[in-house]
Design a protein around this ligand. Structure first.
Ligand code: SAM
Length: 240
């Protein structure tokens, strides 16, 4: 998968070179290109913003640098342009899975009051466009959102995770939140690892985990509970 980022703060994307994404770049699974949007400006001040038509507070990102960037980067069929915006569709695991099937993602990172609407309309003429929100809050810029979206997407690529089984029982993978997890030592600060997890009884462990996942989901995110979570008919009792 190829990933391009259009930003006025390329340093914000430096973490893409770290940890698992960094390794995926080294192994050739990912191709990452971070572009300073100002390279497509032509004035002395390398201006990327201007005042909003109609008045109002703040500045708006100008269309021309984005237009030149799309042309030079060959944005067209086979590309999905992701505009990070608080007015976009909510980012979910399902959308991450959908985006993980794409060959190339181009992230357009907004700043100020956002990007001139004609850039989005123009991109739609060239390629697939997704306007994506990280959540119902406002960030200073789109870079952090682009990083979060990237991380959720690329960990779904075949070969990205050292152990693909890690993806199977995760929160949001199957509708329920993940059950609590424990590691050694068996007792710490007077708190013991639940005996069932040390029993070696795989059936009992699976049942305990499923019940914990159901309880946790009922308590924290009842909106996620699908009818399948209630299939065995037992009531979901919030954990105490
Ligand atoms: N005036 C805009 C509005 O009310 O929708 C908010 C602009 S925000 C200060 C600047 C940029 O940060 C946005 O263009 C977008 O790229 C990014 N951003 C802010 N909040 C975001 C969110 N929840 N999800 C994704 N991107 C966000």
């Amino acid at each position: 998968m190829r990933l391009d980022y259009l930003t006025i703060f390329p340093d914000y994307l430096a973490p893409l070179g770290l940890s698992l994404p960094g390794k995926a770049v080294e192994s050739g699974l990912l191709e990452v290109h971070v572009h300073d949007l100002r390279q497509w400006t032509h004035d002395r001040h390398r201006t990327v913003d201007d005042t909003p038509y109609g008045g109002g507070a703040g500045m708006v990102m100008k269309p021309e640098p984005f237009g030149e960037a799309f042309a030079e980067l060959g944005v067209g069929a086979g590309t999905t342009v992701v505009f990070t915006t608080p007015s976009g569709e909510p980012f979910t695991q399902a959308l991450a899975a959908e985006l993980s099937t794409r060959e190339r993602l181009v992230f357009a990172c907004g700043r100020y009051e956002g990007i001139d609407q004609r850039v989005i309309d123009h991109a739609r003429d060239l390629a697939e466009v997704r306007e994506v929100s990280l959540g119902d809050y406002v960030l200073n810029g789109g870079e952090v959102a682009a990083l979060a979206i990237t991380e959720a997407v690329v960990r779904l690529l075949p070969g990205f995770m050292g152990n693909a089984a890690s993806l199977v029982e995760e929160s949001h993978a199957g509708g329920l939140l993940e059950y609590p997890v424990y590691t050694k030592p068996p007792a710490w600060e007077g708190r013991e690892v639940p005996a069932v997890l040390r029993s070696g009884d795989h059936g009992a462990i699976a049942a305990w985990r499923r019940e914990q996942a159901r309880r946790r989901t009922a308590e924290r995110r009842p909106d996620l509970l699908a009818p399948s979570a209630l299939e065995d008919g037992s009531p979901i009792v919030p954990a105490v």
